[in-house]
Design a binder for this molecule. Structure first.
Ligand code: PEP
Length: 255
């Protein structure tokens, strides 16, 4: 197992927070704090914040992502946004299959897969989220569930396209709850995801795939989580809304 074979990526997920002016101000505050990081730094922001965020991040090492994308190219899908539209306004990454989308907006593994294919075909990088609920963990289905979600999410994604996919292991019970997985639980979950990639694409490919951990990662616990061999970065919600906290995580990932 060689961590040097893969990029470490720290990505923020702002969820439904910040107006465009607030987004600009937060990115201006973050820029000097994360400059020179030895990892990729991404901020995934609400759709309406994208132009302001792209403008504010210009010339810095911060890349801008969206929080979702529709799987159709165009048409009668009121309220939706296509991959080409995101690409056209300077978006480079997109979160797909976040547990909040699955829980509140009827996202299924099948639509997660369709969105992943649409994003990759448009030239976006995908942050594909998978994770078990507490009930599934307690019933002993964590490994089965993570492998299933990973494989379905990646159906028809070629090995070449996989180079543009980051997988985020996000235990649902740890997202926004303040309950973080232990370092070992995060490493184990990420390992299950990597094993699923190995089953689908081979061990050599799996060694190169970035697998993030997400779920109440913060300035205090990041270093321990990121020290684990299977943890190649983080997807960060709450702590990505505070520049000092986010920059501590970025620095921990740069070690
Ligand atoms: C997330 O939104 O993906 C997330 C991990 O949130 P939080 O860090 O707040 O738990």
């Amino acid at each position: 197992m060689n961590k040097a074979l893969r990029r470490t990526v720290i990505a923020g997920n702002w969820k439904m927070n910040k107006t465009p002016d607030e987004a600009k101000a937060l990115i201006e505050e973050m820029k000097p704090l994360v400059a020179g990081a030895d990892c990729d730094v991404v901020l995934c922001v609400p759709y309406v914040d994208i132009p302001a965020a792209v403008e504010a991040a210009k010339g810095s090492n911060i890349r801008i992502g969206a929080e979702n994308v529709h799987f159709k190219a165009s048409g009668a899908y009121t309220g939706e946004v296509s991959a080409d539209m995101l690409k056209a306004v300077g978006v480079e990454y997109v979160i797909i299959g976040h547990s909040e989308r699955r829980q509140y907006f009827g996202e299924t593994d099948q639509t997660v897969n369709l969105r992943t294919l649409a994003a990759l075909n448009a030239g976006l990088k995908v942050i594909l989220c998978v994770g078990e609920t507490l009930e599934q963990r307690e019933l002993g289905y964590t490994e089965t569930l993570l492998k299933y979600q990973t494989k379905i999410g990646l159906t028809n994604v070629t090995a070449e396209q996989l180079k543009n996919v980051i997988i985020a292991y996000e235990p649902v019970w740890a997202i926004g709850t303040g309950v973080t997985a232990t370092d070992d639980q995060a490493d184990e979950g990420n390992g299950f995801v990597r094993a699923a990639v190995a089953e689908a694409y081979g061990a050599d490919v799996a060694e190169t795939v970035t697998v993030q951990y997400g779920g109440s990662m913060n300035a205090k616990n990041a270093e321990g989580l990121l020290s684990k061999v299977n943890v190649d970065g983080g997807l960060i919600g709450g702590a990505s809304l505070k520049a000092p906290d986010f920059s501590v995580i970025v620095k921990a990932a740069s070690k």
